[in-house]
Design a protein around this ligand. Structure first.
Ligand code: ADP
Ligand code: MG
Length: 669
């Protein structure tokens, strides 16, 4: 019998050598307990095999085959050398059907596969020339009768996430043996009895998820474990919220005269949603508990103004306020927005980014008005450094596009003050279930109304083969006095490549639009260069901005009404929605064209929702469904926990249940 904290190395269930131990490290598997919570990423039904296919199949198939020929081959192109195994159904092929398995650039395969072996293979079939092939199949060499249930055959088989240095079969054997040897008493229930109607115990749920007796038995087990995960997280969030409340903040709210002058000076009335949100924030500022509020709003809903309103209340009370943005471009834009709002009121705004400080040191002679107020500082994460930015005490920290910052950065800004009020803003709408699951330690305000007078955005998906048509469409818009973005959202990890590509595309567009003034913007430019380019575009001097995704967040140039996005198929819906949010900011009709490679035709289906709606919440739900919560929330950066079980959209009831459980646990503790 094993206990959960037994080190794997002591179990004798797997041979530990350099390779396997580095793989186990990578998978973070140290103890028996870790193995139990290393869950399958999918399953294969090996209770029965699929019928040997005669042609390409839409879905992957699981086949029992015998190898009749195996050899190295040389092909053309990038993957010159490959290994090929010809197979037929075990028991012979009546119609003479064959299936060719291929592995490219995997030299070890040839040492494993030999003629006469029986294999179970799993994968997608397609045709190549006149052959039916399966490339890089999941496979296992059959020893014994594949119909007899074992760790690997004759039942529903788990497929585990791997790391290099350990094979599927090797890891699965370990999992299987561990499951046999851990007594149920080692896996006690954490959820209170009766929290879930399936009647499962924790031990049963965990064992089922590894080796389900049927595919139907999986769902109740998954739900049990999802509920447990949610409830643990809820408990943690509730405790965090309680701690925040108890931290003892103070009131940071002025009388509202400065706020009133700010609103009076606007050329437009607030939207209803802005008014509601501002009054929610005002309530928090006036209370002596520290505010921790999330402001959610679709792109263009006018969050900056809400932030400005909050700032006005805090500085009127004599405290300082900070607005932190993730990029320099955005910080500068906020700076100039706040400057134009506050300067007429005699309030000075300062800018602090890594690259520059405008307004610089506190001025020698402050205007009389300004002296009555706290100071306003806008910046990037440079705000985290330096000790002298908040001489009156930081009363309010506003963090824009919060998902672009790590927890530590947010915390570093917050700790510049003594329990300041905190407003975090996000432009990626967060579906309700997700918000409940991950952000229930925050109060949430939602800006769900675009200001009036926003023209329609027409969105269309086109092929890159139509680039000439696209160019002449852009030219028409320029002739009508508008401006355009052409975006090449290349994958970030290859900044250098992206730069290369953007530069190449820039030259191409110069030829496509010989009569227009173009500007190029990319992440490798110095801050001054970026500034100069953005200025050119903002003032209308440059008509077309060729850009990488640096413009993704926050850039506001209302006269730009047209956007072409290349390689649109490579990006998440929410990100495309963000990009598109740069247009549709004036009364003019706007146009967003998603350019996809002709080979990426199935991307059309995925992108279609962008043609149908401009509602960020709907798009976010769809994105969540397609890509999962990690991608949608940016789990990596934000330090949110990676839950394993929840299928978020279907689980809103589970999240509610988890809240109840957590509340009861807190009440009874
Ligand atoms: P986001 O929510 O995406 O950050 P911004 O704060 O950048 O949006 O606002 C987008 C644009 O809408 C800005 O040009 C801003 O001046 C304008 N705007 C904000 N509030 C209103 C309003 N109530 N009426 C009209 N325009 C507004
Ligand atoms: Mg914004």
């Amino acid at each position: 019998m094993l206990s959960l904290d037994t080190p794997i190395a002591d179990t004798g269930l797997i041979r530990i050598d350099k390779k396997s131990s580095s793989a186990l490290d990578k998978l973070k598997l140290t103890t028996v307990g870790d193995v139990l919570s290393h869950f399958p990423r999918r399953y294969e039904d090996r209770t029965q095999f699929d019928i040997f296919p005669e042609g390409p199949m839409e879905t992957p198939v699981c086949l029992h085959v015998v190898v009749t020929d195996a050899q190295n081959r040389f092909g053309r192109g990038k993957f010159r050398r490959y290994f090929e195994a010809t197979t037929e159904p075990v028991g012979g092929s009546i119609l003479g059907n064959k299936l060719t398995l291929r592995w490219f650039n995997l030299s070890y395969i040839q040492k494993i596969i030999a003629v006469g072996q029986e294999l179970v293979v799993y994968g997608q079939t397609k045709t190549s020339g006149r052959k039916l092939v399966m490339d890089h199949p999941d496979f296992e060499i059959v020893e014994g009768d594949p119909g007899t249930p074992s760790a690997h055959m004759g039942r529903i088989i788990p497929i585990y996430p791997l790391a290099s240095g350990i094979g599927q079969k090797q890891l699965r054997s370990l999992q299987y043996e561990v499951l046999q040897r851990v007594p149920d008493s080692e896996i006690p229930d954490w959820l209170p009895p009766g929290s879930e109607d399936s009647g499962l115990s924790r031990a049963a749920a965990i064992k089922t998820v590894h080796y389900p007796s049927s595919l139907d038995s999986l769902e109740p087990a998954r739900r049990y474990l999802a509920l447990e995960e949610f409830a643990k997280l809820q408990l943690e969030l509730m405790q965090r919220k309680a701690e925040q409340r108890d931290r003892g903040g103070r009131q940071h709210c002025g009388k509202g005269e400065l706020f009133a002058s700010l609103i009076d000076g606007l050329p437009f009335p607030l939207t209803g949603a802005q008014e509601r949100t501002i009054s929610e924030i005002r309530g928090d500022l006036a209370s002596s508990h520290p505010m921790v509020r999330l402001l959610q709003g679709d792109v263009g809903a006018g969050k900056t103004l809400v932030a400005a309103a909050a700032i006005s209340l805090v500085i009127e009370a004599g405290f300082d306020a900070a607005l932190m943005a993730p990029t320099q471009i955005l910080a500068e834009q906020h700076f100039s927005t706040l400057q134009s709002l506050f300067e007429p009121l005699g309030v000075e705004v300062r800018l602090k980014t890594g690259a520059k400080q405008a307004g610089g040191e506190l001025p020698l002679f402050q205007s009389i008005e300004s002296r009555r107020y706290g100071s306003v500082v806008v910046g990037t994460h440079a705000l985290i450094h330096g000790d002298d930015d908040f001489p009156n005490g930081l009363g309010l920290a506003v963090i824009d596009e919060q998902h672009k910052f790590g927890v530590a950065q947010r915390q570093a800004l917050i700790s510049k003050g003594d329990a300041p009020d905190v407003l975090v803003m996000t432009a990626t709408p967060i579906p309700r279930t997700l918000a409940l699951a991950f952000y229930s330690d925050l109060d949430v305000s939602i800006l769900d109304e675009l200001p009036p007078g926003r023209g329609k955005i027409v969105t269309g998906i086109r092929s890159t083969e139509q680039v000439k048509d696209a160019a002449s469409f852009v030219m028409d818009q320029l002739n009508a006095g508008r401006q355009a973005y052409v975006v090449y959202p290349l994958i970030e990890e290859s900044e250098k490549q992206a730069l290369g590509a953007a530069t190449v595309e820039f030259e191409k567009w110069k030829k496509l639009l010989p009569d227009a003034k173009l500007a190029l913007l990319h992440g490798r430019m110095s801050p001054d260069e970026k500034d100069a380019v953005m200025d050119q575009f903002r003032t209308g001097d440059a008509k077309v901005l060729i850009s990488t995704t640096v413009i993704e967040v926050g850039v506001d140039v209302p006269n730009a009404n047209t956007m072409l996005i290349f390689h649109a198929d490579r990006f998440g819906l929410a990100q495309l929605h963000q990009l598109r949010g740069r247009i549709g900011r004036s009364e003019n009709k706007s146009y967003c064209v998603l350019m996809i490679d002709p080979a990426q035709d199935d991307a059309r289906k995925r992108l279609k929702i962008l043609e149908e709606t401009r509602d960020g919440f709907r798009i976010a739900e769809e994105d969540l469904r397609l890509r999962g919560p990690g991608e949608v929330l940016g789990t990596q950066q934000s330090g949110l926990p990676d839950l394993q079980f929840p299928e978020y959209l279907g689980d809103s009831r589970l999240v509610e249940q988890a809240r109840q459980i957590a509340l009861e646990m807190i009440a009874s503790s």
